[in-house]
Design a protein around this ligand. Structure first.
Ligand code: SAM
Length: 290
């Protein structure tokens, strides 16, 4: 806790940018140093429950829908016929919850830290909302980089909902990992990645787009504004060999959204198209990868 406001928890972004996020804490719901990282769940006054790993904000009840909807519905609706999804990371279950809204056959979720799943299911159940009990869920506790290198499975969409490129998440930002993602995707498959807040981690975005570009015909990014990921737009990396998928017309996406018969609080077809219209400073980070 910070001595300025002893009842607040303060979060630095991992790359130390002179910005801190503070949330007023009502109680510490749970804290544990797991096999892989320090996990804490707070009850807060205005943001619901909040989970942090190694002191970095991961998810909060009030605004999680923005990130989870954009990481999930953009690739799945762009693909148009995704039946097998792979989530790397995503221990809180938010991506899994959103992916299961679609008529998928199976969602394979590969999370390195079983404690994150167990503790979020117990103390932050609104995020997964029962998704781990869905018969279409295949939960694998393993390092995502090792899994994707070894699996015989094939996926239409791979969603990399990892921590930042420090600690256990670091291996999920390598060209080798993206190469293995490529080999596990079906024709025209899509991989999307958590690529940090561009104003703070712009160079990381350039590196990710460059590394994706080493394996995919189309590598780029799209954006989403997540209030508790401080510093402005969150960048989400995009990689696919089907160059049409990043520029689908609104009418196509709207029809697919209607057919999927899902309800969302942030995602819609207009926003999907708009999310790829990058502010110049973010487009510059993407172009620097070429
Ligand atoms: N939405 C958050 C963000 O944007 O930072 C990420 C949320 S989720 C909690 C991140 C998950 O990635 C954690 O559960 C963590 O345990 C998992 N993770 C980190 N490294 C991993 C690896 N190598 N393989 C699989 N899961 C990993």
């Amino acid at each position: 806790m910070n001595d300025r406001r002893p009842d607040w928890a303060w979060f630095d972004e991992p790359l130390g940018v002179g910005l801190q996020l503070g949330v007023q804490v009502e109680s510490v719901v749970y804290r544990e140093t797991t096999e892989h990282q320090d996990l804490v769940i707070y009850e807060t006054s205005q943001w619901g429950r909040v989970m942090a790993l190694d002191g970095i904000m991961q998810v909060c009840e009030r605004d999680e829908f923005i990130y989870h909807e954009m990481m999930t519905h953009v690739p799945i609706l762009a693909h148009g016929n995704a039946r097998n999804i792979c989530i790397i990371g995503g221990g809180d279950g938010g991506i899994l919850r959103e992916a299961l809204r679609h008529p998928v056959e199976q969602v394979t979720m590969v999370e390195i830290d079983a404690s994150v799943v167990e503790l979020c299911t117990t103390h932050l159940p609104s995020i997964s909302d029962g998704a781990f009990d869905d018969p279409r869920t295949d939960l694998v506790i393993a390092d995502g980089a090792r899994f994707i290198a070894d699996t015989e499975k094939r996926f239409d969409v791979i969603i990399v909902d990892s921590t930042d490129p420090i600690g256990p998440g670091e291996v999920l930002f390598t060209s080798e990992f993206y190469g293995h993602c490529k080999s596990r995707l079906t024709d025209g498959g899509i991989v999307v990645t958590q690529s940090g807040v561009a104003m703070i981690q712009g160079d990381e975005l350039t590196t990710t787009v460059r590394r994706l570009g080493e394996h995919f015909a189309d590598s780029s990014a799209y954006i989403a504004p997540v209030p508790t990921y401080i510093g402005g737009f969150m960048a989400l990396g995009w990689g696919t060999d089907n160059t049409d998928l990043r520029a689908l017309p609104n009418a196509t996406l709207a029809a697919r959204y209607k057919q999927a018969d899902i309800t969302t609080r942030y995602y819609n077809a207009n926003l999907h198209v708009g999310a790829f219209a990058l502010p110049t400073y973010i487009a510059d980070y993407v172009e620097a990868a070429r």
